[in-house]
Design a protein around this ligand. Structure first.
Ligand code: UDX
Length: 452
């Protein structure tokens, strides 16, 4: 008998592709055939990184691609323009892609299109073609709640029609049972140096208009982590965290850092990684390097090829020689395995949602250095709600100084309360994805529904 076939469509960013790849692998384990549809640009990157691991087929997943409407050489960091191009061009390409599949007698019928909700144009295409639809939310449910509540935030005059709060830093509650959040933490207000506030707000207004098209709504969080949000939106099913170790990387992994970690003392290494978007200026990059040196601890630092704006990373003079015996820099790490390594003492992180849940799942304490979007709210969760980390605070010039880094590393490593909390969170996180955990049950229920 034909395996049930699903088509999975991620938003073209690393933090969105990886969890959906992980979900796709799970679906394959549950007997599905999965076609994973990247943009052509990312498809090339993912396939290149996979073949460097000796896996050029995406495991049992069918890897496919359609254009995003941009030329291959065009700068995809112009996110607003890219979003516009995707919404204008990709529906046509998707319809053609599905049409070809449907007319191929060797291809099984698509049971469901599972799309990242930020690519909600795909819901419209699937609806037009009579295919059931699931929306996937890759970040926290709290952020999802703020997007679902957008019309109400405008109606209640919390934000204006452009999403700008009437009162700066006003504390609001989306429901009586939810923790308060500041209007400054609304995700579109946290776009920092990316200048994307309006584009992101407009995107959320757009996707908000597609709620009616969603048959199943799934979210990369778990019930016990954000119970009040899931109580408020019972139709949203938490199936996470989808802890991604499977392929889907945009950069080639440097696994040699794992044997380097083997040689380090237990619970001694600071793991430093800022996900896929964060950009540092020269001064801040230098200060971070000197802070790691000053800490006196061994460290493993992910320095992506594009971590520093417009130029190759320049380390402070003599830095590489001085830290040679205890510092390791790599361009991309096997993060899930790194975090689980017994040598890791703490995680200096930008607080991307995947990094946050990956850290929770292994019980490492965090030093938080958010950059944009949901990362500020994730930082509040980490430091103020779950109490498993400390915030790095910038000085009057907006720089996080080397002394601040050293002080907070010392404080974090000596904090027993945080240590206890990380163990509690680890247990809770892993319980949710255990055989009879809440997320596993929700995933199985979702699977039964799409199979039938
Ligand atoms: C972005 C946003 O920042 C994030 O807040 C949002 O929720 C999703 O999109 P990103 O900045 O890339 O994602 O961060 P994160 O969500 O942490 O995802 C990064 C992924 O890359 C993680 O799964 C992490 O394990 C992986 N990674 C990172 C590696 O595999 N190796 C590395 O060296 C660094």
């Amino acid at each position: 008998m034909d395996r049930p076939h699903v088509l999975v469509i991620p938003y073209p960013a690393q933090g969105h592709v990886k969890p959906l790849m992980e979900l796709s692998h799970r679906l394959v384990e549950y007997g599905f055939k999965v076609t994973f549809l990247n943009t052509e640009f990312n498809h090339k990157r993912v396939m290149a990184a996979m073949s460097s691991r000796g896996d050029d087929k995406g495991g049992k997943i069918c890897m496919a691609a359609i254009p995003d409407g941009f030329g291959l050489e065009e700068d995809r960091n112009q996110h607003g323009k890219l979003i516009e191009s995707m919404w204008n061009n990709m529906p046509g390409y998707l319809e053609e892609f599905i049409g070809k599949m449907m007319s191929d007698s060797n291809e099984s019928k698509i049971k469901c299109v599972i799309t990242d909700w930020t690519m909600a144009w795909a819901l419209k295409v699937a609806a037009k073609m009579g295919i059931p639809r699931a929306a996937f939310w890759s970040s926290s449910a709290a952020i999802l709640a703020s997007v679902l509540h957008l019309p109400k935030l405008i109606e209640d005059k919390i934000v204006n029609d452009n999403g700008v709060p009437y009162i700066n830093n006003q504390m609001i509650k989306l429901s009586p049972s939810m923790p308060s959040m500041s209007t400054n933490q609304l995700v579109w207000m946290c776009m920092g140096k990316t200048n994307m506030q309006q584009e992101v707000f407009d995107l959320f207004i757009r996707i908000n208009g597609t709620v009616e098209l969603i048959d199943y709504f799934i979210c990369n969080s778990f019930y016990e982590l954000e119970p009040s949000v899931f109580e408020l939106f019972p139709n949203v099913q938490p199936i996470g965290p989808l802890l991604a170790s499977s392929p889907g990387n945009f950069w080639k992994e440097d696994s040699t850092c794992l044997s380097w970690l083997d040689q380090q003392t237990s619970r001694s290494v600071i793991y430093v990684a800022f996900g896929s978007f964060t950009i540092f200026n020269k001064q801040q990059f230098e200060e971070l390097a000197l802070g790691l040196e000053l800490s006196g601890q061994p460290f493993l630092w992910v320095v992506r090829p594009d971590l520093t704006s417009g130029e190759a990373a320049v380390y402070p003079e003599g830095f590489i020689e001085r830290v040679a015996s205890r510092g390791r820099m790599v361009s991309w790490a096997p993060q899930k395995n790194v975090l689980a390594h017994p040598s890791i003492a703490c995680f200096l992180s930008h607080c991307g949602w995947n990094s946050t849940t990956e850290g929770l799942s292994v019980g490492v304490p965090f030093l938080c250095w958010p950059y944009f979007a949901d990362q500020f709210l994730n930082e509040s969760y980490i430091c103020d709600v779950w109490k498993v980390g400390l915030k790095l605070v910038s000085d009057e010039n907006g720089v996080i100084s080397r002394d601040e880094i050293k002080t907070k590393v010392d404080m974090l490593l000596g904090d027993n309360e945080i240590k206890t909390n990380t163990l509690k969170m680890k247990e809770q996180t892993m319980r949710s994805v255990s055989d009879d955990g809440t997320s596993t049950k929700n995933l199985e229920e979702f699977i039964q529904k799409i199979k039938s």
